[in-house]
Ligand binder design. Sequence first.
Ligand SMILES: Cc1cc2nc3c(=O)[nH]c(=O)nc-3n(C[C@H](O)[C@H](O)[C@H](O)COP(=O)(O)OP(=O)(O)OC[C@H]3O[C@@H](n4cnc5c(N)ncnc54)[C@H](O)[C@@H]3O)c2cc1C
Length: 353
Amino acid sequence: MNVDYLVVGQGIAGTMLSYSLMQAGASVLVIDEYKENSSSRVAAGVVNPVSGRRFTVAWLYDEIYPVALRTYREMEGLLGLPVYKERDLWTVLPSEQLRAAFFDRTTGLDYMRLPSSADVARYDKWLDQPFGAAIIKGGTVLLQQLLPIWREYLKKHNSLLEERYQPSQLQAKANGVTYGDIQAKAMIFCDGAQTPLNPWFNAIPFLLNKGEVLTVRVPGFETEDIVKRSISMVPVPGQNDIYWVGATFAWDYPNENPTAEKRIFLESGLRQLLKVPYEVLDHQAAIRPSGTDRRPMLGMHPEMPSLGLFNGLGTKGSSLAPAMAAQMTAHLLRNAPLAADTDIKRFFNRYKD
Ligand SMILES: Cc1cc2nc3c(=O)[nH]c(=O)nc-3n(C[C@H](O)[C@H](O)[C@H](O)COP(=O)(O)OP(=O)(O)OC[C@H]3O[C@@H](n4cnc5c(N)ncnc54)[C@H](O)[C@@H]3O)c2cc1C
């Protein structure tokens, strides 16, 4: 069997890269071993234009968001189901200072505004918000729909191998790869937190981190907004008063399991935010694939140009993946240069420009 590209992994990275390559006319075979708690399956898919307590605009946001929106809408056309929902982030302000900081930042940024007092009153029964709230225009990628639908699409087009990638099956040469009896121009690893174990890419400084989330029911509380203070509550699509609540960060962890310590942390954030009772339905954990410089990792291995990487999406997979997949596709198909701050060459000293 011959394909243009083998893609290892079908999280948001492998999904968007395989979509982008196929849309550009390339043939693709995705190898993915289903993992219940992959980063993309546990994530809420929030797209948030600002980060930090000072409401700094996220890296490249004004460039990547239009690409993300357009790409998710195109996918909806192809797949016939919603995959992206624009939503407000109802951001509960923790102090007068932060309220003032937000007010300063709203000037000139059309995705941030202060709500009317009627808006605030709408939440008063449910939320503790003595310093009011701010509205940030964001959204959520409906990952719980997108990932399985794209998997079905790949299956239907004979483009999915549901199995664990076996390094012993790979023979890589400068001009192509053989994987078992499959030949391809290149193999691109989109295997998230597994990449640091890959001998071709283990020199890249990953800084993996573990995130934990709860699923909770807040009886009677229904909103389409993401509600945020120290933690975020993200409505679970189609399930009226059920929310994803997250997320935590840990750089030092013995395993991928949920912990009592982080559950306490998440619940204390929830109690600070809510005036009403809630019920915890589930608790999950996953590992975010991040690098030390917190930038995506794209490109081909400088010494083995048939092996590539599409990783390092960190905390921003939903907003970054479409634009980064488009960049990687242009690089693979037309040899278009990658941006210096995303190209993996930056990790191979001898090949830095
Ligand atoms: C708790 C939590 C909350 C988050 N919230 C958000 C959020 O709200 N917004 C946002 O933008 N980002 C969020 N993120 C980050 C985001 O989820 C990641 O950036 C993104 O999921 C990374 O996707 P990926 O495809 O690179 O990796 P993954 O999702 O981990 O996908 C890797 C895939 O490769 C497969 N695989 C791995 N090894 C093999 C192998 N040997 N053989 C076959 N298959 C293999 C796995 O099964 C998996 O399907 C969150 C992350 C966590 C953990």
